[in-house]
Each structure stands twice: as structure tokens, then as C-alpha cells.
Write a protein that binds this ligand. Sequence first.
Ligand SMILES: Cc1ncc(COP(=O)(O)O)c(C=O)c1O
Length: 398
Amino acid sequence: MNSQTPHRVLNFSAGPSAIPLPVLQKAQAEFLDYKNTGMSIMELSHRSETFEAIIQKAEDDLRELLEIPSNYKVIFMQGGGTGEFAATHLNLMLSKSIVEKQRKLSEANPGQNKTLKCGYIVSGIWSKKGHQECKRLGGNAHVIVDSKESLGQSGYYDLPPVSSWDLPKPEETAYVYYCDNETIGGFEMKSDSIYPHIDPSVPIVCDMSSNILTRKVDISKFGIIYAGAQKNLGPSGLTIVIVRDDLLERKDSINNIPSVLDYKYFVDEGPMPHTPPTFGIYICGLVFEYVKQLGGIPTMEEMDRKKADLIYNFIDSHSNYFTNPISPSYRSRMNVVFILNNKSLEKKLIEEAKDAGIVEIKGHRSVGGFRASLYNAITVDNVQALVDFLSAFCEKHF
Ligand SMILES: Cc1ncc(COP(=O)(O)O)c(C=O)c1O
């Protein structure tokens, strides 16, 4: 290894995860002296004009890439996905339209203490955690469907038909929440699998932490979309929230939630009412520029499809050795989970992969097996290298 050819591995981590090399190289080149300021970006005040330009450009580029309509706000926050489990619920329960709906529900059912249901589609561990957080905060957390339980399976492998979901009436529903891509289980919704079934008057909250910026999304169908940056966007520490502005209207200026989780605080005082994760915003900005240069979302989508096809075709054609438990229509393009049928070879597979420069393919501790995360920084060639390695492993050991 020398400074010209840095030692780099093929990093299939689920997050924090690989960042495109050209982005890292640009950040490295600018690291000690950002644009003649004589400072590293990490030393630069967030109140400086230089940083204000960085955050503004990051927002503009993200808006362009995702075609975010003008009636949606983009907020750069901290707190990760876990912070958003709470923030989405707390903010929506203060929303004027939801407070009004609650008033009508109470008036229509006097003396019954009826509260609006916060509906959760549970398709994996992260959406389950969202539901638990709502409960923890005293919300009327309602399970619309829990795919594992309703299908009686040992994991989140499929989604039962909508006809079996327990969808409350729109006038009794505060919001509907789901996770677009379950990072641990490797389960991804199809882009149109949820909103056609939800009454348009009910805001949809979507956790896109692990598949944002990888396919075209009709933002206008959602109330809130959020994503932790540490998968497809950049480093951990930054969370991006896209929220429809009518949901920020409040009644009687009640704001009894922590400021750092309050979307309205960021919008009214924003975009930086307190010190933001400046380095994370800068790197995400570079990633947005990079994705734009590659051709934007259509290019990423095509590349992601190719990558996923490569590895799933390999798994399917080696079914004696490997299994992917997810129903084919919900296989994640981002997190490919697979089981080695001969479990006694698991350790060897990890060791030999490491020797071949391939790391972070171990499955999440709660589900075991293997998982290769194919976010935007992973190229088709990287996936081909993984497939070649797995193929050679099969030849050697079976
Ligand atoms: C889909 C999804 N949602 C939420 C989370 C929780 O995010 P954080 O660890 O940033 O709180 C994760 C973490 O990996 C995730 O993959």
C-alpha cells in the first residue's frame, strides 16, 4: 500500500457503508483547505457563507434528483432512523389536520375516549421498532399487518394480501407508517405496493433509510419520507426528512416536543436552528453531485437492478448451496440476504471472503446467515467480484 494506491476492500456493509471512491477522493483533496478558506470543512462555522452555500446546494441537488415538489420541505436533522421513529409520530400528532380529526372523532363518540389509530405496516425489524416507539410515546399504535405473524412464518418473508390487512377507517386514522426497505431482513416494498391502498386523506410516513436515491418515487403520495444518511447518501450522523408543508400547520401554537425533533422548529428557524452535522451534509452534497453526474436516479435504478439480478440469479442457480428466503416479489435490491445451506461452512466463507478483500457480508446478529448490501457506492463490477468469489467457494468446498 502507498499513498497513490490506497488499500480498499469490497465493503458490503449495511451501514455505515461504502461511499463512492470519487467522493472520498474529492473530500480528501479538499480536506485541509476547503476552497481557499485555509480550514478543513470540519473547522468551518455553520454560520459562514461558505457552509450556507454547501447546505443550500445539497438541498437543491436532492430536490432535483428526487423531483421533490415545492410544497415539501427538506430538513437536515440528527437522531438517525431511531430519532425519526419518535419525530414522525410526535410531529404528526401536533399537526392541525390530525388534531382536528381527533376532535371530530371524540365529538362523534362522546365519553368513549376514542383516539386516532397510528397504523403500522410491520414488514421487518425496523418497522416493528417504529411501532414500538409509537407505543412507548403513548400513541394508539395499531398494527395494520404484521407479515411474520399473519403468515405464521419464522421471519418477514412475504406480505399478505391487502384484503387481510386491518386498515382502520380514514376518519379514525392519524397516519399510516411503513418501511420501504427492511435492511435487516432484505425485504423491499415495490414502489407502488402501499399508497394505492391508503385513503389519500391519511398521511403516509415512509422510512426510506436504506433505499432512498435508488429509484423513482412519487413524493406527492407521501406525508413524510425520512432516511438516515449512512447507507445510500453518506456518513452516519445526518438524517434527511422530506415533509409536506400542510402537516407542519399547528393549532394554538402548541409545540410541546423537543426542539431537535420538531420539524417546525427547523422550518421556521431554519435551515440550521442549531449546529447541524456539517461534515455529513458536505459529504452527502458530494454524493448528490456524483449521482447527478452519473445520470441521476434512472442510472442508479438501472445499475441497482443489474446488481440485484446478478446476485439473485447466482443464488437461484446454486440453490443446492444457498437460499434466499424472501418472496421473489419483495426481494430487496439493496440488502441481499442468503443462507449457506451447509452451516458448518459459514465461518470459512467469512474468512475466505476476507482473504479475497470482501468484507461485511455477515448477516445481522438477529437473523444470522449472510447479507450483502448493494447501495449506490457498490458497482456492478463489485457485485460480479462477489459472485465470482462465491462461485469459486462452491467449487472448492462442494
Ligand atoms: C430501515 C432502517 N430504519 C431505521 C434504522 C435505524 O437507524 P439508526 O441506527 O440511524 O437509528 C435503520 C438502521 O440501520 C434502518 O436500516
